[in-house]
Design a protein around this ligand. Structure first.
Ligand code: KIV
Ligand code: ZN
Length: 516
C-alpha cells in the first residue's frame, strides 16, 4: 500500500483565476472544510503577493489544526521571509518555493542563465529551511524544461534539503503518456530521488490535467497538486475530486495506491466553493455535477433497478451527495430545521447562528411554498459569509413596465449612515444599479452577469453572480446574492461585489504574481 498525498491549491492557484477571489474569512472557511475533507496540505496563498494574501496565510495557519499549511514563495529571500512569517502561527507548515526552469521562461521572463537559476534555487531552499524543515521546490514549466537541467536542479535542491520536488506542467501542454514518462525518467535519473517525494502540478489547457496527474501517479509520483472543482489559472488545475475518485474506483489499476481523503465530504466542499465564489459547476462535470449520478434514459434506469453496477461505477453517497431531499415549509419548526442543516453537514453552528438562520428560513418560507436544500444552503452560506460588509441594503423599490422608463429608489446603510438615492435606467436592473452607484458615489463596469434558479418551481430562489470592474482598476470583484426576487438578488450581488472590492482595497498591496 502506498499513499498519494493531496496538496490542495484551491486557495492559491484556484483563487488566482479571475472571478474566484475570496476574502480572508472565506479562505478560512474553505480551509476548515478542506481539512474536514482530509487534504494533506493546504496552500493558503502567496504571502508576499499582497497584504490580503499574507493575512489569509496567517489566519489559515492559526485556524487549521490537522492539515499542513503552506505558502508559495518565489526563490527570493524577501518572499520566503514573508511566507515564514505568515506561517509562524503553526508548527505544521511548509514553504513552497519555485523558479522557472524551461529555456523560454529563463530567457524571456527571468533573463537568467541556467547556472544562476540553479544557484538561486539552492539558495532559496537553504533560506526556507531556516523557517521549517518542510520545504517543497517547484521547477516552474518543468514539462518544457531540458531533461538534463531538470535532473541537475532536482538533485541540487534535494541535496540542499527539500523533502518534495514538484513537477509542474505550467501551461498544460503535456500528453499523459509523455508526462508519465517524464516522472519515470526523473525517478531513474536523479541520483538522490529516494530522499524526496515526487509531486505533480498539472494545468488543464488541453483538458488533460487529471489524466496527466494519474499517469504521473502510475509512474511514481506520490503527491498531486489539485483544486476543488478544478479551478485555477486559465483552464484550471487537476480537480481533487476526479483524481481521488479515479484512484479509489480503479483500485484494480492503481494497485494498493490510496489517498486519505474522506470522499463523503467531496460534494459539500464543492458546493461550499461554489457558494463562496458564486461560481457554478457545469451539470455534466464528473463527480460533482448535477447530472453526475442522474440516470435519465429508461434503459439505464431499468438496468440500475435490476442491478446497480450495470451503469454505476460509484455511488452518490460515496462522494456525499445527499440521499434524501426532505422539503421544509412554513410549518416546519426549529427542531426540523436544525436536523436538516445538520444532515446537510453543518454540524458545528452555534445556537445563535441557528436562531438567525431559522428567522431567515421562516421569512423565506412565507414567500415560498417549499424550501429546498439548495435554498437552506444558500441561507447558511450567506449568513456565514465570513467578512464584514461595509454597505448594506435597507430597502429598494422600482417602477417598471413596458412603455415606462424604469426608475428605482434605493436606501443603503454606508458606514452606519443612511443614504437614499433615485435613478432611472434601461430596465429595472439597470435602474437599481444606477441608483446604488449614485448612493455609493462610485462607478463600476458590469463585466459579467449570470442568473440561475437554485431550486425548482416558479417561486424558486434566483442566484445572481456579477463581476464588476470598479473605478477602472485592473482588479475585478465578484459578488453574489440569492433572493426569490431577482431584482433584489441583482442589487445585493452588486453591493456584495462593492463590499469585496472595498475589503480588498483595505488590504491593497500590489498583486505581484505576474511576471514572476
Ligand atoms: O503552474 C505552476 O507552475 C505553478 C507553480 C507556482 C507551482 O502554479
Ligand atoms: Zn499552477
Amino acid at each position: 500500500m502506498e499513499k498519494v498525498y493531496i496538496f490542495d491549491t484551491t486557495l492559491r492557484d484556484g483563487e488566482q483565476a479571475p472571478g474566484f477571489s475570496m476574502t480572508v474569512g472565506e479562505k478560512v472557511k474553505m480551509a476548515l472544510q478542506l481539512e474536514k475533507l482530509g487534504v494533506d496540505v493546504i496552500e493558503a496563498g502567496f504571502a508576499a503577493a499582497s497584504e490580503g494574501d499574507f493575512e489569509a496565510v496567517k489566519r489559515v495557519a492559526q485556524e487549521v489544526r490537522t492539515a499542513k499549511v503552506c505558502s508559495l514563495a518565489r526563490a527570493l529571500e524577501s518572499d520566503i521571509d514573508k511566507a515564514g512569517e505568515a506561517l509562524s502561527y503553526t508548527e505544521n507548515r511548509r514553504i513552497h518555493t519555485f523558479i522557472a526552469t524551461s529555456p523560454i521562461h529563463m530567457q524571456h521572463k527571468l533573463k537568467m542563465k541556467p547556472e544562476d537559476v540553479l544557484e538561486r534555487a539552492v539558495y532559496a531552499v537553504k533560506h526556507a529551511l531556516r523557517y521549517t524543515d518542510d520545504v517543497e521546490f517547484s521547477a516552474e514549466d518543468a514539462f518544457r524544461s531540458e531533461r538534463e537541467f531538470l535532473y541537475r536542479i532536482f538533485e541540487a535542491v534535494i541535496e540542499a534539503g527539500v523533502k518534495t520536488i514538484n513537477v509542474p506542467d505550467t501551461v498544460g501542454y503535456a500528453i499523459p503518456e509523455e508526462f508519465g514518462k517524464l516522472i519515470a525518467d526523473i525517478k531513474n535519473n536523479v541520483p538522490n530521488i529516494d530522499k524526496a517525494i515526487i509531486s505533480v502540478h498539472c494545468h488543464n489547457d488541453l483538458g488533460l490535467a487529471v489524466a496527466n496527474s494519474l499517469a504521473a501517479v502510475k509512474n511514481g509520483a506520490r503527491q498531486v497538486h489539485s483544486t476543488i472543482n478544478g479551478i485555477g489559472e486559465r483552464a484550471g488545475n487537476a480537480a481533487v475530486e476526479e483524481v481521488v475518485m479515479a484512484i479509489k474506483v480503479r483500485q484494480d489499476y492503481f494497485n494498493g495506491i490510496y489517498t486519505t481523503i474522506n470522499t463523503r465530504e467531496i460534494y459539500k466542499t464543492s458546493r461550499l466553493l461554489c457558494r463562496i465564489t458564486g461560481s457554478f459547476v457545469q451539470p455534466n462535470k464528473a463527480i460533482v455535477g448535477d447530472n453526475a449520478f442522474a440516470h435519465e434514459a429508461g434503459i439505464h434506469q431499468h438496468g440500475i433497478l435490476a442491478h446497480r453496477e450495470t451503469y454505476e461505477i460509484m455511488r452518490a453517497e460515496d462522494v456525499g451527495v445527499p440521499a434524501s431531499k426532505i422539503i421544509l415549509g412554513k410549518h416546519s419548526g426549529r427542531h426540523a430545521f436544525k436536523a436538516r442543516i445538520s444532515e446537510l453537514g453543518y454540524t458545528n453552528l452555534s445556537e445563535s447562528d441557528v436562531d438567525n438562520l431559522f428567522t431567515k428560513f421562516k421569512k423565506l418560507a412565507d414567500k415560498k411554498k417549499e424550501v429546498f436544500d439548495e435554498d437552506i444552503e444558500a441561507l447558511i452560506l450567506e449568513e456565514l459569509s465570513g467578512f464584514d460588509q461595509e454597505v448594506k441594503l435597507e430597502y429598494f423599490h422600482v417602477l417598471n413596465g413596458n412603455g415606462l422608463i424604469s426608475t428605482a429608489t434605493v436606501k443603503i446603510v454606508k458606514n452606519g449612515e443612511d443614504v437614499v438615492s433615485t435613478a432611472s435606467g434601461d430596465g429595472p436592473i439597470d435602474a437599481v444599479i444606477n441608483a446604488v452607484e449614485k448612493a455609493l458615489e462610485i462607478k463600476g463596469k458590469l463585466m459579467d452577469y449570470t442568473i440561475r434558479s437554485l431550486s425548482s418551481g416558479k417561486d424558486a430562489m434566483g442566484e445572481v453572480r456579477v463581476i464588476v470592474r470598479f473605478e477602472d482598476t485592473e482588479n475585478v470583484a465578484s459578488g453574489k446574492a440569492v433572493s426569490t426576487d431577482i431584482i433584489e438578488a441583482s442589487l445585493k450581488a452588486y453591493i456584495d461585489a462593492f463590499n469585496r472590492y472595498m475589503a480588498k482595497k483595505a488590504f491593497m498591496g500590489r498583486k505581484i504574481s505576474e511576471g514572476v
